[in-house]
Design a protein around this ligand. Structure first.
Ligand SMILES: Cc1ncc(COP(=O)(O)O)c(C=O)c1O
Length: 383
């Protein structure tokens, strides 16, 4: 093909479009930080925590350096460590299980529901049984709200209560989504999120936050994020991290939070149009009753026997990028293969890893571009 006729490439996530919309407000916010020079624990950090608490309904918000630290800090605060088991879905980003392994505890991988991609409560029970058989003490469960959709928190809470586990929700991809009318951030003991730039609410670097209604836990987390500091600054009372969110990132997030509701609505419109345009050629995402999504990813499943690499190449040739989240579930990865899995195996995770593929998704995807993507996906099945 003549190179001048190549289709204009579509961005997978268009951070530049959001930057254009917010324009000067972000520049001004950054300039304010440059002027006051309180780069660590500046006023914007505490303003952001208050704004996030108001947005989510959580009693306390502790901002931190990343979503991974958010998970790790809660596990550290609860003294999770060697001999403990923490149940996680296998079909997730590696940070979920990584945070567990970093404490010395054992991640035990459980299966997901094929329709929602989120933790399957029946497999959770089987994972707890597998952990006990190995002599481990099941201590916590980390449901993940994958691709932006809330997990089935009531079903997981029921198993956790029965088995004496605390729930740490990994909402790294789903801040802003809700479960049964309540925003994520209020289920279980605590919720962790990430502000990585590609997340629905992202900053311009690394960042994260923890949400909890437990004041004592919040105080411990505030100590952990500053090396385990006690009331005497030079008497550290526990092990901790350099776990703070930079003031600059907090200032950027405060501006982005102002348009977040509107962006969530725009993402939902894109998802609706994709579902209408593609629902009869591929398996489009299923929203479970009572759950909403912020569509961190729009992930479809290809029909059985479809060549995924060939499909991705066909879209790429038309300027449409795709991504595979996740080609390997955690229990299939080199660093995690030796950890236990729920009795009965993880067949749903394995089959999803084999046939999912994600399409471009962001709040600034205009209708003509959506139509072009829909037409190209449909075209890939018409030959
Ligand atoms: C499900 C999940 N958990 C945890 C994380 C970790 O977040 P961060 O990259 O901010 O450490 C991510 C980030 O991609 C994620 O998707």
């Amino acid at each position: 093909m003549n190179k001048h006729m190549l289709a204009e490439p579509v961005p997978f996530i268009d951070l530049a479009a959001q930057r254009r919309r917010l324009g000067k407000s972000i520049d001004d916010a950054v300039s304010r930080v440059l002027a006051h020079c309180q780069f660590i624990n500046g006023p914007e950090v505490f303003q952001l925590e208050a704004a996030l608490a108001a947005f989510s309904g959580a009693g306390h918000v502790v901002s931190c350096a990343s979503g991974t630290d958010a998970l790790l800090m809660v596990l550290m605060a609860r003294d999770v460590g060697r001999g403990d088991a923490v149940l996680c879905p296998s079909f997730t980003f590696c940070a979920t299980g990584e945070a567990v392994a970093l404490t010395g505890a054992t991640p035990v991988f459980v299966d997901v529901d094929e329709a929602t991609f989120n933790m399957d409560a029946a497999s959770l029970e089987r994972g707890i049984a597998a952990a006990r058989k190995l002599g481990l003490k099941p201590k916590a469960v980390i449901p993940v709200d994958l691709f932006g959709q809330s997990a089935d928190h009531d079903a997981i809470a029921a198993v956790a209560a029965e088995e004496g586990l605390f729930v740490l929700d990994d909402a790294a991809q789903a801040f802003g989504a809700s479960y049964k009318g309540r925003r994520l951030g209020t289920s279980g003991l605590a919720t962790a999120t990430s502000f990585f730039p590609a997340k629905p609410l992202g900053c311009f670097g690394d960042g994260g936050a923890i949400f909890t209604d437990d004041a004592e836990l919040a105080a411990t987390l505030r100590s952990i994020r500053v090396h385990g500091q006690g009331s005497d600054k030079y008497d550290n009372v526990r092990l901790g991290l350099t776990g703070r969110l930079d003031t600059m990132q907090a200032a950027i997030l405060l501006e982005k939070l102002k348009v977040f509701e509107d962006e969530i609505a725009a993402r939902n419109k894109v998802a609706e149009r994709y579902a209408q345009g593609l629902g009869n050629v591929v398996t489009v995402p299923h929203l479970a009753s009572g759950c909403t999504s912020v569509w961190a990813q729009y992930t479809i499943r290809l029909p059985k026997g479809c060549d995924r690499d060939g499909f991705a190449a066909a879209l790429k040739s038309q300027g449409i990028p795709t991504a595979i989240y996740y080609p390997k579930s955690m229990h299939q990865q080199t660093a995690y293969r030796h950890f236990p899995v729920a009795d009965g195996g993880l067949s749903a995770s394995e089959s999803l890893s084999g046939d999912v593929i994600s399409l471009p998704m962001h709040a600034y995807l205009d209708e003509p571009t959506q139509d072009r993507i829909i037409k190209t996906v449909r075209g890939a099945f018409s030959t």
